[in-house]
Design a protein around this ligand. Sequence first.
Ligand code: DX5
Ligand code: ZN
Length: 218
Amino acid sequence: MHSPVIAPSLLAGDHARLAESAAVVSALGISWLHVDIMDGHFVPNLTFGPETLAALRRAGCGLFFDTHLMVSEPGNFVEAFAKAGASRLTIHVEPPYDHAAVLRRIRDLGCKAGIALNPGTPPGAVEHLLAEVDLVLVMTVQPGFGGQAFRRDTLPKIAVVDGWRRQRGLDYRIEVDGGIDLATAAECRAAGADTFVIGTAFFKHPDKAALAAAVGSL
Ligand code: DX5
Ligand code: ZN
């Protein structure tokens, strides 16, 4: 089982001071930063683009960019994000395109590859892709906005994806994203998750070091 990792979500940081928000994460000794990319089509919201990642890299940010592409046509963007400094590119299974081909391209570009599922998507939708990924992202809210309530009905899906991992000897990470705080992270950990995206609950937390330490020992 993978050790627990916290990935603070830049979406909940200060959008006028993104480099400073990222620096808060680095200063705590956290290695990962979750970066949400929304296209106003797959989800009804807009966020960052490749230039945002490139600018953070130019500003000296060395964090692992766990990049979550909530876009309808990820194949059009993976090259630009890889060039801009993405470390992982996670694409969604819901839009119709050749998921396996895009995942292979992501790896060819030198990035880790992830596949994401919305709360309403059954786990079987990603089953044929498990050998192509380093991470499965089980969305614990409907994507598009930070600050939503955790959906407990996603816990059985985490357990299914964890069961496949053990039965098939695969070693992808299982990430959860949406409404995660220490309490909901613990529930997801018990179901088999090991990678915890925390947006609102991280940037609003009065003692971020304590939160990071607690997640790290789940
Ligand atoms: C939601 C995004 C999340 C978001 C989570 O669509 O994918 O990464 O930042 O935010 P919180 O932790 O506030 O639910
Ligand atoms: Zn996300």
